[in-house]
Design a protein around this ligand. Sequence first.
Ligand code: KL2
Length: 467
Amino acid sequence: MRMATAASKRERGTEAQGRMSTGGVNRHIYFSEDAPDESEHQSKSRVVKKKRKRSRVSETLNISTEPQIIPSPPNHFGALRASTCYPHKAKQKRRKSSSNSCKVELQRQWAHSSRDFSGYEDKLLVVSYNILGVDNASKHPDLYSRVPSKFLEWKRRKRLICQEIRLYDAGLICFQEVDLFDDLAGVLRNDGYDGIFKGRTGEAVDGCAIFWKHQQFSLVHEESIEFKTFGLRDNVAQLCVLKVNQTEENTNLPLKPSTYCSQDRHVLIGNIHVLFNPNRGDVKLGQIRLFLEKAYNLSEQWGGIPVILGGDLNSLPQSAAYQFLASSQLDVQLHDRRNISGQMIGRQFIAKHCRPFIYKWTLEELKLAAGNHGVSTLSHQLNLSSAYAAIQGISGCRDKFGEPIATTYHSSFMGTVDYIWHTKELAPVRVLETLPIDILRKTRGLPSKRWGSDHLALVCELAFVDG
Ligand code: KL2
């Protein structure tokens, strides 16, 4: 197993220190504008919570909460059978579950593209999963106040996460908030995975990890980004070039596993966990900009290979940061630095901050966001699509952008911050739906009995459509 674990030995750092407690479940969290950086924002920021009995989004939904496994309708949705998608099913049958919520949590279904992929042989399955750092979980009990403590135990969470990974049988995995890499890698090695880890700089002990099925892929290049080098805080990202193995044996198989290719191919996989601090849109944009720039350059170096980017962007689908990724351009001056990630959208923010004049960016902020040129229009050269947004979802699971309504849920926040992006040489064949919002709400917060993190894994199958 290749890795760099030095960082994992370090003490947990600053970002997590600012977690706050709210009594109710809010889709958004609110920070004051004056938190200068992540380490200070706990003391300096005033967290304003807005109590809602129900989230605005969920009020519009009307989904059955009966325990059920939804059968595969004739169109594009294929349900995972309980026995397949949920390894504890046998146990569950024996022990009558005490909680309805545990049963309904079984629902995660595949949503299939309406496009016919029968002509495309070469496919791969990708997972992006923020697994909740052990340190994060223990240092911020307020975020998990309604989660029974046993659901927060790493041993249990690790088991659930690894069971889930085994079930998906993905070729490529991007994990965020990994702070016990060796432990995780030890289990995944038995399932045929190799992996690499990049720890955050500074005090934090967690980092990003990329795993791949070593039978299906060979690592041919790896690099990482320490954003600190660019004055962009202690977050990190990873970029790997993997060769998709084409073995004699596989090409002769009558039923070729979808993750092997009919020809030699390379793919670039990137993994990022963007800064949390909702106020620092300049830093978030700077991190995303650098990540995309380096991914593009690396892809070009390898002959313009397809790019897959997984990660936790700590930015919502309605945000300027999302817009930048999706449209390749952004005039930052049209946006408030304190709301680049969309985490502050809400009445409180509008009342407090939206004045008739446009937010004035300082030169320093512009440089962080856009680089040293100090220009206000950001651009990148990757033509990216979000895998989930391209496939019509199941009622109750998607927002108006086609993204999941929620990829993470704890006492302070429910919403979408995780994504899988890809370039046009790839097309999504199917994605695994997140949990319908009212079913998710019934868990009263993640991690839960069935799910090992406060995020849900994003899973998608991508086909090579470049001929
Ligand atoms: O949003 V996250 O959780 O992707 O699930 O990324 C960060 C946050 C993670 C790593 O820094 O720690 C969490 N309030 C709530 N959550 C926080 C805070 C905070 N002030 N600071 C860090 N995190």
